[in-house]
Ligand binder design. Structure first.
Ligand code: 5GP
Ligand code: MG
Length: 177
């Protein structure tokens, strides 16, 4: 059941514009800054941020992708463990500031897996995290440096992020299950 619209098309655009400015400000420009989107919806978000940064700063930011999928170990009945399935990072990360981009930040387990994957690729100068939505309920000591919107959720609610590139429309809504 659809409960509420959190961001409409303009809301998403404005949040990404603000985050692009924050990235530039925090890093005093984007020299040695790279973006890595977490599939699936982190990818269009990372591409849009790169485009906005280029418009604002006149500098190109490389964009890579990680595919991290939930994997449930049915034998041991452990909780879902995010696992890396594919990496498309066609540039070195060593001495770069890597900004991870995802649509929703929840327990932090996906980001933890992404940190592992990035550190397997090299030795970044720093890793930062951008999330369109932070829905709370962290289970690890992980926080986002850039947040589109904080949305405290109950365990019965999930966030539906709909992006033109993937979903044919552009909005973020809370669903009650
Ligand atoms: P975490 O690993 O932090 O528990 O969950 C984050 C990952 O799961 C993200 O990649 C995100 O896409 C997905 N995710 C977790 N909760 C939600 C949610 O409520 N809505 C959506 N759209 N994705 C979620
Ligand atoms: Mg995801």
């Amino acid at each position: 059941r659809e409960k509420a619209t959190i961001l409409d098309r303009d809301g998403i655009r404005r949040a990404l514009t603000r985050i692009a400015h924050e990235i530039i400000e925090k890093n005093q420009g984007v020299d040695r800054v790279v973006l890595i989107g977490i599939r699936r919806r982190g990818v269009p978000l990372a591409l849009r941020l790169a485009e906005k940064i280029e418009q604002i700063e006149g500098a190109e930011v490389p964009v890579g992708f990680l595919d991290i999928t939930l994997y449930r170990d049915d034998l041991t009945r452990l909780g879902p463990q995010p696992q890396l399935s594919r990496t498309e990072v066609p540039f070195p990360v060593t001495d770069q500031t890597v900004i991870l981009v995802d649509d929703v930040l929840y327990t932090g387990r996906t980001v933890r897996a992404a940190l592992d994957a990035i550190m397997d690729l090299g030795r970044p100068r720093a890793i930062q995290l951008a999330a369109l939505i932070d829905r709370g309920h962290r289970e690890l000591p992980i926080r986002a440096d850039y947040v589109g919107k904080n949305v405290p959720t109950s365990s019965r609610e999930i966030i539906s992020v709909q992006l033109e590139d993937i979903d044919g429309q552009e909005r973020v809504v809370i669903l009650e299950t």
